[in-house]
Design a protein around this ligand. Structure first.
Ligand SMILES: *Cc1c(COP(=O)(O)O)cnc(C)c1O
Length: 421
């Protein structure tokens, strides 16, 4: 055994790894003046003493201190540094900083899933007797939290049809602590006027929370339109390749640091460091991917417009979308999601899905691979049939998450499958 020979590795370990990391090179980590595409590649970057060009993965749950005094100082807040994985972590920190710079938010916290994000946003601040207003067409788990979980804690709710501004004005009162909207909504692509609802919230002091998953961070900027908090399921287009579950909460430092963080620290919905690392890599290509998703979605929407087997086609940038004017006002493009009803009900919808040879059948969305969903029998099957009918989620509705394959191949696949519907 070469007991005490000093090989290069030993040298490295003794001289580098036992020392606390040097401060990062601030000149190349983040600048407020950078445009979004630059922030998404470089924002929030922390390089270790090794100078790695790809962000390092720190697969650790906790930290050690040189002295007992340092531990005391970190907990007292007089010495900066990480304390415990449930509080913070280098990979989470990098991702949070990058997402905040992307969104133009003061602060960000990432969570283990999109649902953990929404649950934390609501539960960190609501108490018995409070009221929540939300748009009626929602991702089904969001609908479940608001209509099934919150009432168990004495929190009342009102669901409002997204486009009914009179109903919003009536629903949002001084008792309304939070207003939650999803726009475009899953799965009907119904829109809510973010600026108009934000105006109502300002009057009553209610917090406006926007689920921005369907628009992606590239196409719609709720904070600029007056929202207080933006949430993402990073599982969708932010990951973009179907690998990780995650969520993100973006808002003011006051809300994130003072209201949300105490709740998050003690209840533990944090994202895993590995998932944060995957997402840091994903963000580098987000603008490129979303542009391609949108190019493809537009071509498919145009190809399907007026197709004899389709009774209703929903895509925000098509002129016949019922809220086309609003889409133009608050979204820069139509987005990566399309929904349509196929003549012939559930049987025709299933025949169509089963006949597809490229597009995968899935309940998920926001993937490089195009995915088709039958919401009534999967994602929205927990809603009562009468409720689904009211919301426009019919048995003939299919939702298409457009991927980044070749547009001509996708159109051919869809047209061929429609022949079998
Ligand atoms: C998927 C989704 C969620 C939930 O996110 P998870 O990461 O699956 O927990 C919330 N809102 C919308 C609009 C979604 O599509």
């Amino acid at each position: 055994m070469p007991a005490k020979t000093k090989c290069n590795t030993d040298f490295y370990i003794e001289n580098h790894m036992k020392k606390p990391p040097k401060p990062t090179k601030t000149s190349k980590t983040a600048s407020k003046g950078w445009k979004t595409a630059t922030q998404l590649v470089r924002g929030g970057r922390m390089q270790s003493q090794f100078g790695e060009t790809s962000e390092a993965l720190f697969l650790n749950s906790s930290y050690s201190y040189e002295t007992a005094e340092e531990g005391e100082g970190r907990f007292a807040g007089t010495i900066q540094g990480f304390k415990y994985g449930r509080y913070s972590h280098p990979n989470l920190s990098m991702l949070e900083r990058r997402l905040a710079l992307m969104e133009g938010a003061e602060a960000c916290t990432v969570t283990a899933s999109g649902m953990a994000a929404l649950f934390a946003i609501l539960m960190c601040q609501l108490k018995s007797g409070d009221h929540v207003a939300a748009s009626s067409v929602l991702f089904s788990s969001c609908h479940y939290i608001i209509t099934q979980v919150l009432p168990r804690f004495g929190i009342k709710y009102t669901l409002v049809e997204g486009d009914d501004m009179k109903a919003w004005a009536k629903a949002i009162t001084k008792k309304t602590r939070c207003v939650f909207i999803e726009t475009p909504a899953n799965p009907t692509l119904e829109l809510v006027d973010i600026a108009a609802v934000a105006k109502l919230c300002k009057k009553t002091g209610s917090q406006l929370i926007v689920d921005n998953v369907f628009a992606t961070p590239m196409l719609q900027h709720p904070l600029e339109l007056g929202a207080d908090v933006v949430m993402y399921s990073t599982t969708k287009h932010i990951d973009g390749q179907g690998r990780t579950l995650g969520g993100a909460i973006l808002g003011s430092s006051k809300f994130i640091d003072e209201t949300l963080m105490p709740f998050v620290r003690h209840t533990g919905p944090h994202m895993s460091p590995f998932n944060a690392w995957v997402l840091l890599k994903s963000l580098e290509t987000l603008p490129l991917r979303v542009a391609k998703h949108c190019d493809n979605a537009e071509e498919i929407a145009w190809a399907l417009d007026g197709h004899p087997k389709i009774s209703r086609l929903l895509y925000p940038s098509l002129k016949n979308h019922p809220q086309h004017a609003l889409a133009k006002k608050q979204m820069s493009r139509g987005g990566p999601m399309i929904a349509f009803e196929i003549k012939g009900g559930k049987k025709a919808a299933f025949n169509f899905m089963n006949a597809l040879s490229i597009i995968d059948i899935s309940n998920n969305l926001g993937n490089a691979k195009s995915l088709v969903t039958h919401p009534a029998s999967t994602t929205h099957s927990s809603l009562a049939a009468t409720e689904r009918k009211k919301l426009g989620i019919s048995d003939s509705l299919v939702r298409l998450s457009v991927g980044i394959e070749d547009a001509d191949d996708l159109i051919q696949d869809i047209l061929d499958a429609l022949k079998q519907a």
